[in-house]
Structures are given as C-alpha cells and as structure tokens.
Design a protein around this ligand. Structure first.
Ligand code: ADP
Ligand code: MG
Ligand code: MG
Length: 913
C-alpha cells in the first residue's frame, strides 16, 4: 500500500493523534487529538510534513498527482459534515489552509483564511447567512490575504503601507469613516472591486475564481513559506533542522465575524509570563482569527478578574470597562463556561500549559488550535514544579520540561531599586514579557540589527510587530509596541525569546516617517535612550542602572532535582576569585579550567613577563620569574580560598610567547630601560620571536619543555599557595594541567618537572598536600595516542576549542569569514565552535576517553571548551562517560540541568569503563 499522506479529522474522529507531531505538525496533531477527546473542532484534513519534503524534491506537479485524490476526498468530507459545497451560490464551503511544523513557529509561516470565496460563492454566503456585511467583509479579507500570501503582493518599501491598506484608507477618507468596522456593505463591495483591480494591474492576471485553483495555490504557498526569510531565520535561531518541513492543515472555516454573538480569541491555561496557575486570554467580538494577534484592535480579557486588572493598568474606570470592554465571562457566560471546561480538559490531558485558539460563531464555541504554550524561563520553571506538585508528572518529567538554555533569562539583570525611584515614567503598557532593558530607540527591524552589530543597545519600538521583524527583535535588548495585547505577535515572540517586552502602550504616538514618538507632550527621537520594565509595563526616559537578580525558590528546587539525577559534575572556567565565587554560588563543583596567562597580562606584571621572554639565557629568565612567583602564588591563594576544598584545575602557561611581546615603540623603549639594554637589541629580539602561525607555534607545553623554569615557577606558586592555605585550615585541591600535549614524551617531561618541583617544595615546607597532574587533550594526535599519554596523566580535560580548530583545520579567529556562509548554505548544520561536532571531533573525544581508560581505568575525564556549557554537547559528554563538564560561571545552572536531562534520557547507554 502506498504511504498515507493525508489524515482526516472531524466529528470527534481522527486518523492521526496528538503524538504524531513529526508527521502532522504540532497543529495537525493537536487538531486530531482534540477530536479524539471530544472537543468541538471544525472538520478537515492534514497533509503530512513528508509531502512537504516531497514537494521540495519532486516539485509541485508530482506532489499534486500524489495527493490529489485524497485532497479531493478530504474536501468532500468537509462538505458532507458541514453540508456545504465548494464554490456554491447557495451554501459555499469555505476553508482555511494552515501551516504547522513539528514545533510551533508562531506566525513564521503562512495561513490563508476564507478560501473558496469568489464572485459567486460570496452571493451564496449572503444567501446562507442573510448577513451581507459579513459575506463581503470575508471576501475582501480573503482577497487581501490570498494576494499577499499566495500571489506575493507585498509593499515595495518598509515604510510604505500595504497596497490594500492604502485602498482601505482611500475609501475611509472618501466616506469620512474612521474605523474599519464602520464600512458599509457598499464600501466593502467597492473594496472587492478595487482589490481585484490592483491584483490585475500588478500581476497581469485575474484573481483566481476557481476554488480548486485557489486551494492548490494556497497549499503550495504554505509549503513555500517553510523557506521564507523569517521562517529560515527562526529555525537558525532555535536550531530547528531545515529538512523537517511543514504540514498543511485544511479545515472548514468557522466565523467569528458574524456579528455580536461571534468572536475570536487566544487563551492560556496558565500565565505564560509568570507561570501562575490562572486561566487567562484575550478575545475580540465580531472579528476573525488574525485580528487578535495582529494587534489592530485592542482585545478584551477573557476572565473577569483579568479584565479588572487590565482596566486598572490602563486607568479605565469600572463603569467604562463594563460598558466598553467586558470580559467574555461577563459578556457570554455560557460560552465562557464551555471554554473554561475545555481548557481544563486540555491541560489535564496534555499535563502541560496549553495555548489555545478559539472562535465563537453565533454563540457556539469552536477550538482551532492547542499547543504547548511558549513561556518565559521563570514560567517554565514554575509551571514544571507546580505540575509536579499537583502530582501530574514525576520528577524526571519535570526536569525534562526544562529547556536548559532558557534558564539564562533568570540570571538576567533587573533594574536597580534605588535607580528606578528617581526615574521618569514616560508611559505604561502591558507587561508582556518580564525583565529589564535599557537602550536606544530604533523603529525598524533591519536598523535594529545594524545598530546592534555596531555594538549599540537598542529598544525596538513599533506600532505593532509582524513576523518580518523577527531578526530585529532578536537583536534588540527589548521590544516596545503601541498596540497589541498580551497575546499579540510581539508578546508571544518576545516570551519565546526570553526578551523583555511591553505591548499596547497606547499613550505613545509613533511616527515612522519622522522617526519620533510623541508621548504626553514629549518627543522621543530615534537614538534617544529609554528603559523598559517588562514585568510591570513601565517605560522610562533615559538609561537606568541594572543589577543581578535574586534566584527564586523554584529555581533552587530545579537545581536540587538536577543534582539528584545528574551523573556528570559541573565545574566552571574561572580565572579570578570573583568568577570562582559566582560559579560556586551557582553550584559549581570545582574549577575545570583556571587559565594562568590572564595573570601575566596585568599592567605591572607584563614588564616582568617581557623581561623573562626577552632574556638571553636561563639565568635572566629565572630572575624575571622570581619576580612573578609571589604574584602568581597570591592569585592562586585567592582562587583556592574562594573554592575552599573543591578541586581547581590550573592550566600551565599556554599562549604563544609572541602575544606578550612589546610591539609599540614606547613599550619597547620601556623594556630597554628596564633591562638596561639598547632599544635596537629589544627590536631584534621581538623580530626574532615573532611567528608566522603562532597558534601552531611556540605555545602550550612547548613553552614548558623549552623553558622548564616556567613550569617550575608555576608549579611552585601552586603548591606553595596550597600549603599556605593548609595552615589556615583550607584544604586546596590543585590539579595541574599541561596544555597542548601531542606526544607522550612531552607529557612525561612535564610531569617530571611538576613532580620534582612539588617534592622540593614539600621538603622546604616540611608538609605535603594532595595534587594531581594531568593534561588537556586538544591536539588530534593526543586523542589518537591517549593510551600512551595516560601513562603520565592522572586526568584528561578535552580542550574542544583547539581540538575543533585542529580537527576541522579552521582557525577560530578567522572562521567568521566563511562560517556564516557555510551555515547559510547548509554545508555545516551548526557552528562547530558552539555545538560540539559529535560525528567528527566527537570521535576523537570518545576515542581519547576510551584509550585513556584502557591504560588507567580510573582516569578522570572532563571537558573545558566552550562546549561544556552547551546542552547537546553536554549530552554527548555524558554518553561518552566523562566525569565532569566545565563551563563559564553563568552557564553552570544550565549545565547542571543538562547533565540531569542527559542522564534521564541516556541512563542505560552510559559507558563507565
Ligand atoms: P499561526 O500558526 O500563524 O497561528 P494559524 O493557522 O493558527 O496561523 O491561523 C491564523 C489565525 O486564523 C488563527 O487565529 C486561527 O485561529 C485562525 N483560523 C485558522 N483556521 C481557521 C478556521 N478554519 N476558522 C476560523 N479561524 C481560523
Ligand atoms: Mg495559530
Ligand atoms: Mg587550547
């Protein structure tokens, strides 16, 4: 049998179900599942994501051939259930054609509503509903949407208005009307005429009248929208594979724009910004789907409590609220009750916060979508823990609900309480996505990107945002819109990004042409500084100081749970006592990488360092190193003390010597004076020491092997520091790490120097401490010969930055020239310096670990590259059987959760050789 490409749903039955997201897309799977649990959903069918892939490989004609029979059948089923007919002048069948990928990509792809309307069907719709206004309004909306999405009619310039909007404005002006809602039936008919004319003028062909042509055009347009600019950008941003494709769901239209007993809305089973367990959402009377999200009209609250709160925020009196903005709970109590029951049922069924779309047609409730609701990092943590406490999921499931990278948001700054007191409030909007941001006002998305690239902090200010603004929103520190509610595009996308956002700040008058905001008699220009608080909805003039947040109780509980399930320890990369302290506060179990070269660059020390490098002989070098010794020892004491009795891996000097050389005349002169030699001599030395390819030159253990006295001095500083602390009752655990080992001989020599020096210091002090000697594995040859190297090492730490650099042969400092192109063209799926390349570099990591443990079964293995804080790479480290990962202090919480998730996912596969 041929594989199934089209899945029907309707009348509480469905071919598919909620688990089939990969094939039916999130939307299609949700629609199927809602049918199966008995929730009212208009009938329809879903064309699978596989067909989208087939479309991209075989082209349109082949694909139409493959699915034609099933699609025709699907439409007939809709016609039967709804008792309608495609194109009929009595009771026309109208459908929506909707996109939907495996994971929700809100607003990124296209959807067409009211499909099936034409010059004849519109009369049928009038006949059937007796509502001329509604019929003609639907038709003009359809032409608008179809022309935009399928026929590609967009405005030419970013500050131009859409050609159709222009026509609407024209008519409004002619008729002296201020709101769309006041357009008469004749006006709407006139709109249709002018719309069709614009299409004909622009595209040189008539607007398609055959519903089947319309349908196929829309289906292909939805497939095409998988590759539109914003969808591609969104996938990059969220690491969604290009080959997944989108499904297409075609379903009977229900109408929220049939008058005052109809409406449409969006609801969340819990609060997506804070995680609070309160049902909430927004709706509009007499409106169709897109209207709520697009922020064109001010939506009303679904619950009474929500509505009262909203009115307070907007300084609207209770009387006015009841009259002009009643909640759904008050306006349609019956429908509200149905909706409340549905949301409860759905949340219990999916055991997670749901984001719903619904439409009310003449008093009857229909559900159009349910999906796992996007939420802020704070809400993510709270909801997972609350649902755990409600006994609906277990601890493992709660942890699996955490997207580690999103925890980052909880660590973001908030406004300083003192600074905020003296700040001037400009205007208030809705607290759409929490957090604090300060930046310069920018009005256009592409400019936000440019400014951010120049290193500026920007706040993107728009009347409303649309999916085209995605990249700009991503570049901005915060987003502020004049229109739209808590479920507007800006709000939903910002929460998904974890970006601070205020919507519906109606007090602002934004002028894109003059690039100014008028607010309360004040003028804010492009480039002016403002500050926004997404947790309260307040917009302030000027810059405001921010401080680090306090971590909430829920966060702490997630961390505790993580430690319960994780197998990998998490350490940190820290070079200073301050960083070490931050990491400890975040739960680091030690330092996995303490770089010592930073200690060399310090102003007063660099002179001694240069003196050492420029010396002609060992005696000169030793003299210079003697000056450095007490400074290094002091540094180590500070770090060991901050980490108390936790292990600290100290890497011996790594960078090429030439990085320390004085290149400016002035600095060379200073060195000549200091060392009592001629400027000429200094210049000669600098010349002689410069390298063509320093990253592959005189660096790492090559330094310690050519100038053993460097390793001696550093070892002495480390051991003496530990012994000094021992006297104070602090049990330091240094792990001395040799960088850039490539052969066993290199390591053997370094190990000997370290051990001999340590022994000497022990004798001098008449006391000892425990320490380890190990190496970084960051040269491919080291991974290949790890069994030999392990003879001289007590631990390995994979330096995956250099290992990636050398395995790919990409210089990390120069990769910026070609990596973006490689990512664009799909030559690489990810930046290998960000996400560990498991297929290539990963083999070396796996082999190095395995071979090392062949020699020493208890060999301690960790990773200290940038990858140590990246969730998918951490998962890999877990699978390889490492003991720990090490990452920057602010990523420690992320790594702890990732480690737990890895162990929950791959508990059985762990190889502990
Ligand atoms: P997105 O994925 O961008 O949210 P959707 O496919 O959900 O796009 O559709 C956009 C809007 O149109 C939503 O508000 C949705 O509820 C509405 N809509 C979609 N299909 C129908 C339908 N059959 N009847 C009424 N409204 C619909
Ligand atoms: Mg939707
Ligand atoms: Mg390195």
């Amino acid at each position: 049998m041929d594989k199934k490409r089209v899945y029907y749903f309707g009348n509480k039955q469905a071919d598919g179900n909620g688990k089939m997201k990969n094939l039916l897309g999130g939307k299609g799977a949700g629609l199927a599942e809602m049918n199966l649990v008995g929730i009212p959903v208009p009938p329809g069918f879903t064309i699978t994501t596989d067909v989208c892939t087939e479309y991209y490989t075989m082209g349109k004609d082949k694909v139409v051939e493959l699915i034609k029979k099933d699609v025709v059948e699907g439409i007939h089923r809709i016609e039967n259930v709804m008792n309608t007919k495609f194109g009929s002048d009595e009771n026309p069948c109208l459908v929506s054609v909707r996109s939907g990928a495996r994971v929700s990509m809100p607003g990124m792809m296209d959807t067409v509503l009211n499909l099936g309307l034409n010059d004849v069907a519109v009369l049928g719709l009038v006949k059937k509903t007796g509502n001329e206004r509604f019929a003609w309004d639907s038709y003009r909306r359809f032409i608008q949407m179809y022309a935009d999405v399928v026929l590609g009619m967009k405005p030419d310039n970013k500050d131009d208005i859409h050609p159709f909007e222009e026509i609407i404005d024209e008519i409004k002006k002619e008729k002296n009307i201020d709101e769309d809602i006041n357009l008469s039936v004749d006006d709407l008919k006139e709109l249709v005429v002018r719309f069709k004319k614009v299409v004909k003028d622009k595209l040189n062909k008539e607007f398609p009248q055959d519903p089947w042509d319309q349908l196929w055009g829309a289906v292909m347009a939805v497939f095409d929208s998988w590759n539109n600019e914003r969808a591609v950008y969104y996938r990059r941003m969220n690491k969604i594979p290009d080959e997944w494709g989108t499904a297409v769901s075609v379903m009977a239209m229900v109408f929220g724009n049939m008058g005052d007993t109809s409406g449409t809305g969006v609801a969340f089973t819990r609060n997506a910004a804070t995680g609070e367990n309160v049902f909430n959402g927004e709706y509009l009377i007499n409106a169709q789907g897109e209207d709520v999200v697009a922020g064109i009209r001010t939506p009303q609250q679904i619950t009474k409590a929500g509505s009262i709160e909203w009115a307070k925020l907007h300084n609207i009196s209770e009387e006015e609220r009841q009259k002009k903005y009643p909640s759904l709970e008050e306006y349609m109590p019956e429908v509200y009750k149905d909706l409340f029951d549905v949301q409860e049922k759905l949340e219990n069924h999916f055991r997670d916060m749901q984001d719903l779309e619904f439409t009310i047609q003449e008093g009857k409730l229909w559900l159009l979508q349910t999906r796992t609701g996007k939420r802020t990092g704070a809400a993510m943590v709270k909801i997972a823990m609350d649902i755990l406490d409600e006994g609906k999921i277990d601890e493992k499931e709660a942890l699996m609900r955490i997207e580690p990278n999103k925890l980052d948001e909880l660590l973001h700054p908030v406004f300083d309480k003192e600074a905020i007191k003296s700040a001037q409030t400009l205007v208030k909007g809705l607290p759409a996505s929490p957090g604090a941001a300060t930046g310069q006002v920018v009005f256009f998305a592409d400019e936000a990107v440019e400014w951010a690239q120049q290193g500026k902090s920007v706040i993107l200010v728009r009347i409303e945002t649309s999916p085209e603004d995605l990249a700009g929103m991503d570049s901005a520190k915060g987003i502020l819109t004049a229109r739209g509610g808590m479920t507007s595009h800006a709000a939903v996308v910002a929460r998904g990004m974890g970006k601070c956002c205020i919507t519906g700040a109606g007090g602002m008058n934004i002028n894109y042409k003059t690039r100014q905001i008028e607010v309360d008699g004040k003028t804010i220009k492009e480039g002016d500084w403002i500050s926004i608080n997404g947790s309260t909805g307040e917009v302030y003039e000027g810059k405001i100081k921010t401080i680090n947040p306090e971590l909430s109780g829920y966060f702490g509980r997630i961390m505790e749970l993580s430690d319960k399930f994780a197998k990998l320890d998490v350490r940190t990369n820290a070079d200073t006592p301050k960083d070490a302290q931050v990491a400890r506060d975040f739960g680091a179990k030690g330092i996995g990488l303490c770089r010592t070269e930073h200690m060399f660059f310090d102003d007063e020390r660099i002179i001694a360092v240069r003196e050492m490098i420029l010396s002609d002989d060992e005696a000169g070098r030793r003299a210079a190193l003697d000056k450095l010794l007490p400074m290094q020892r002091g540094d180590f004491e500070g770090i060991f003390e901050a980490m108390h009795d936790l292990p600290v891996t100290v890497r011996l000097l790594d960078p090429p010597l030439h990085e320390f050389l004085p290149h400016e005349d002035e600095n060379q002169k200073e060195m000549a004076d200091e060392m009592g030699i001629s400027l000429e001599k200094v210049k000669e030395k600098v010349e002689a020491l410069s390298e063509l390819n320093p990253m592959l030159g005189h660096r790492g253990c090559r330094l310690g092997n050519t100038y053993p006295e460097i390793t001696e001095m550093q070892t002495r500083a480390i051991i003496e520091a530990a012994l000094n602390l021992k006297k104070k009752g602090i049990n330091a655990k240094p792990e001395i790490m040799v960088p850039l080992t490539g052969t066993k001989e290199e390591m053997k020599l370094q190990e000997k120097i370290v051990r001999d020096t340590a022994q000497k210091v022990f004798e001098e002090y008449g006391d000892t401490i425990d320490y380890l000697v190990g190496t970084m594995i960051e040269i491919p040859r080291a991974a290949l010969t790890a069994d030999e190297i392990a003879k001289h090492a007590e631990f390995f730490s994979f330096g995956t930055n250099d290992l990636t650099q050398m395995t790919f042969g990409y210089s990390r400092d120069d990769a910026g020239k070609f990596l973006p192109v490689y990512l664009d063209k799909g030559i690489l799926k990810n930046d290998p310096f960000e996400v560990l390349d498991q297929t290539g570099v990963g083999q070396l990591v796996e082999m190095g670990t395995r071979k090392g443990r062949q020699t020493k079964p208890n060999l301690k293995v960790g990773i200290c590259g940038e990858h140590g804080g990246e969730p998918s790479s951490i998962e890999f480290c877990h699978k390889v059987g490492m003991n720990y990962v090490s990452c920057s202090p602010f990523r420690v919480p992320i790594a702890r959760v990732s480690a737990a998730i890895a162990n929950i996912k791959y508990a059985q596969e762990t190889v502990n050789v």
